[in-house]
Design a protein around this ligand. Structure first.
Ligand code: G4P
Length: 525
């Protein structure tokens, strides 16, 4: 690959922010974009944030969708780097897309609300990052408010998530008494709410302020020095290798709302975050610096407006260079396609993209050609990237066609939507009922809407609530083990799985049937 292009690829940093709703993802994203000069006003991303709406209100969802497409990927330049931030929707939008987005990044930033600690959605997304071996950076937010003690937060990281932490900086007080951060990496103190020229205080070789300083009078300074000593002596080791193999997460403290600690975070992140990583394929690892273009589709955004059936397929570029108008192969279908309509995502707008390289995400106009997980290649290349993982669904409905005369449409619609990756389909072993499984409620509503508008079929969906899904390790299982509390089903690849009513039912079953080996694909790394 020519040097210029190589430098381009090596300048890419592509990450997702993982967090529980309200931890501050929107606020942090906005501040990062401000530093990158991608937006001019604070509030731009906020205004686009999916608001609270009744999930049945489709007009509203449509409006929100149109917007959320553009804010799904945001790009900015900083200090010679090109940063791509991928959105991982929360709230009602939480879906398999949220998980799949993590297959398209090279690192993740986990935001934790200092008062709340680790919350459910953060933990779920963390586990997917772990499974995929994605390096994780942690930003502990809202230090301007009273929260949990920093040492308690680190203990939570280790106990709940099982990851070692390495604080890059350490808060001096918090809430009303928040004075700033002690920066172990840059060996300086960064003061909160002071004039810019006083913001940084350099530290001497012993990690202390030289001479007199008003900060030294505060008891918090001494307490911080003690805590730093403790971290230096008994804390974890940090190295880029340990970050990359997922054994340690660098931790940053700050306050996104007041833009405190955000720039330091960004600059340190850029020093350690990986550039585009190789991806496995049927031809072995594909080097991001290799000449010929390749990529995979990790998300398809359907247009909710029945007048526009078009969709946007999100492509992560894995090697070579994308040029508008190029002809690519779609090995799954044995087709070639000319890519004339492509979109790049900016914070303010969608714009047409002419060129992009490994690490970048582009949107392709999709008249129904693509499926999630599809590989695109060029020339003689015909490999396919590793299949995207199947995520364990948690919510289920029983689905049938309202009008029995519409069985054919119903079958066609369901097969296509399942293939596209919009939803997971299961069939009960005894009764041949159709169950749909999803990780978020919105996936069912999207399914219902698309069946009506694209396949002209009204469906009946009966809620079955949440279930614990465990696949059977092996080809066969005694079908008589199926009961109302442990329903035996087959997935679309004909693999057996049990849907357990709750944790108790799962434990009871495994105790009674030790010979049946069960597994959760999301536990495997
Ligand atoms: P999300 O995208 O993760 O859901 O969170 P978002 O950034 O929207 O932040 C959630 C709430 O937390 C917002 O308040 C936001 O202003 C607040 N917040 C974010 N970062 C900080 C911080 O560093 N310190 C403090 N004190 N608050 C923070 P809200 O009242 O829900 O929204 P708004 O009415 O302020 O817009």
């Amino acid at each position: 690959m020519e040097k210029k292009l190589q430098d381009e690829v090596l300048s890419r940093r592509t990450f997702a922010i993982i967090s529980h709703p309200d931890a501050g993802k929107t606020t942090l994203t906005e501040k990062l974009l401000l530093f990158g000069g991608a937006i001019r006003d604070a509030g731009t991303v906020k205004a686009k944030k999916t608001g609270k709406f009744a999930t049945s209100d489709w007009m509203e969802i449509e409006k929100q969708r149109g917007i959320s497409v553009t804010s799904s990927v945001m790009q900015f330049d900083y200090d010679g780097f090109r940063v791509n931030i991928l959105d991982t929707p929360g709230h009602q939008d939480f879906s398999e897309d949220t998980y799949r987005t993590l297959t398209a990044v090279d690192s993740a930033v986990m935001i934790i609300d200092s008062a709340k600690g680790i919350e459910e959605q953060t933990l779920k997304l963390f586990k997917v990052c772990r499974m995929r071996g994605i390096p994780i950076f942690t930003f502990i937010n809202k230090l301007d408010r009273q929260g949990k003690a920093p040492l308690e937060l680190l203990a939570e990281l280790e106990e709940v998530m099982g990851i070692e932490s390495y604080p890059m900086n350490w808060p001096i007080g918090m809430g009303k008494e928040f004075l700033g951060i002690y920066d172990r990496f840059y060996n300086r103190i960064e003061q909160f709410r002071v004039d810019d020229d006083k913001k940084y205080i350099p530290l001497n070789e012993d990690g202390e302020i030289e001479g007199d300083h008003p900060l030294k009078i505060s008891g918090l300074y001494d307490q911080t020095l003690e805590e730093i000593m403790l971290l230096n002596e008994a804390g974890n080791e940090f190295s880029p290798e340990r970050l990359r193999d997922g054994s340690v997460t660098p931790v940053f403290f700050g306050s996104a709302l007041t833009t405190f600690g955000v720039q330091t975070f960004l600059e340190t992140y850029l020093k350690f975050a990986p550039s585009p990583q190789p991806r496995n394929s049927t031809d072995g690892e594909i080097d991001p610096l290799s000449e010929s273009f390749s990529g995979f589709i990790f998300k398809i955004q359907a247009n909710m407006n029945p007048a526009h059936r078009d969709r946007i397929a999100f492509l992560r570029i894995c090697s070579g260079k994308f040029e508008r108008g190029m002809t690519v192969n779609l090995p799954r279908a044995g087709k070639s396609i000319k890519l004339t309509q492509s979109t790049q995502f900016m914070a303010d707008d969608r714009s047409t993209v002419d060129e992009a390289v490994s690490g970048d995400i582009i949107g392709l106009y999709d008249p129904g050609t693509y499926q999630i997980g599809d590989t695109l290649t060029v020339g003689k290349d015909n490999f396919q990237f590793e299949r995207l993982p199947q995520f364990t669904p948690e919510l289920f409905v029983r689905v049938s066609a309202k009008n029995v005369m519409k069985q054919k449409h119903f079958q066609k619609g369901i097969q296509q939507l399942v293939q596209e990756g919009a939803i997971q389909l299961f069939k009960t072993v005894k009764t041949d009922d159709y169950y749909l499984g999803a990780v978020g409620q919105l996936q069912f509503e999207v399914f219902e809407h698309r069946m009506r508008n694209e396949y002209n079929t009204e469906v009946i969906m009966e809620r079955l609530g949440s279930k614990i899904t465990r696949w059977v390790d092996g080809e066969t299982v005694d079908e008589n083990l199926s009961s109302s509390r442990s329903i035996l089903v087959r997935d679309r690849f004909d693999k057996y799985a049990f849907l357990f009513e709750n944790d108790f039912a799962l434990r009871w079953f495994t105790d009674k049937n030790p010979s049946v080996k069960l597994y959760n694909p999301m536990d495997q790394h």
